[in-house]
Design a protein around this ligand. Structure first.
Ligand code: DX5
Ligand code: ZN
Length: 243
């Protein structure tokens, strides 16, 4: 069976206690730590950079999964590699030379991911998929935690899953935005194997319980009415049903 990974997004953590929060989600069963970098230019929000990544590194024994929502991308890649990032993902619209940025990330010893916004076409995979370690499908528009899952992401995940399987390579398929125990089952069935969750974990009082609820829903142990409903209604479904 394919590995299923839960990646808590520290965007929803208490930034005044970031090391403690990272250790808490790791103890609670996280598989990697998702690190959202926003620049108030590519996205309308401003978060954390390489200095914070380096400060967090000694607290995090798991892979640090850096999601760059910055433009331009290339100047900051070496800084994150030095700061201890394991995976660096970027948006194609933020790079003038996508193939070169992927190579730059690899040259710095990190795994490379390409991120697709809800309206970004998968055509950007055409000539680079085999060079990627991860494809990230955004199920919200990037910039903020706590938004509602956009159901069209299910179709997009299924399309990418087919493309990844056709390569025969172990390329991770990650989803990011609005993931909850109510929709993670449908998202897993669409083909995702790596699940970012911010508010669903950090917004819960008990992180271990929140992560085990996500895993249980993913394994189909707790099918929810809303989950089934969202799948059958398809891409035209209204977003409210996927909360
Ligand atoms: C959004 C970020 C996400 C965000 C997810 O731009 O990339 O990683 O933190 O948060 P939730 O799970 O609350 O939607
Ligand atoms: Zn993210």
């Amino acid at each position: 069976m394919t590995a299923r990974r839960i990646a808590p997004s520290i965007l929803s953590a208490d930034f005044a206690r970031l090391g403690e929060e990272a250790r808490a989600v790791i103890a609670a069963g996280a598989d990697l730590v998702h690190f959202d970098v926003m620049d108030n230019h590519y996205v309308p929000n401003l978060t954390i950079g390489p200095l914070v990544c380096a400060a967090l590194r000694p607290h995090v024994k798991l892979p640090i999964d850096v999601h760059l929502m910055v433009k331009p991308v290339e100047r900051i890649v070496p800084d994150f590699a030095k700061a201890g990032a394991d995976i660096i993902s970027f948006h194609p619209e933020a790079s003038e030379h996508i193939d070169r940025t992927i190579a730059l990330i690899h040259d710095h010893g990190c795994k490379a991911g390409l991120v697709f916004n809800p309206a970004t076409p998968l055509v950007y995979l055409d000539h680079v998929l085999e060079h990627l370690d991860l494809v990230l499908i955004m199920s919200v528009n990037p910039g903020f935690g706590g938004q509602t899952f956009i159901p069209e992401a299910l179709n997009k995940l299924a399309a990418v899953r087919r493309r990844i399987d056709a390569t025969g390579r172990d390329i991770w398929l990650q989803v990011d935005g609005g993931v909850t125990a109510d929709n993670i089952g449908a998202i897993g069935r669409a083909g995702a194997d790596t699940f970012v969750a911010g508010s669903a974990i950090f917004g819960a009082g008990d992180y271990a319980r929140a992560i085990s609820d996500l895993r249980a829903a993913l394994a189909g142990n707790q099918p929810s009415a809303r989950d089934c409903d969202a799948e059958t209604r398809g891409p035209g479904a209204r977003r409210e049903g996927m909360r």
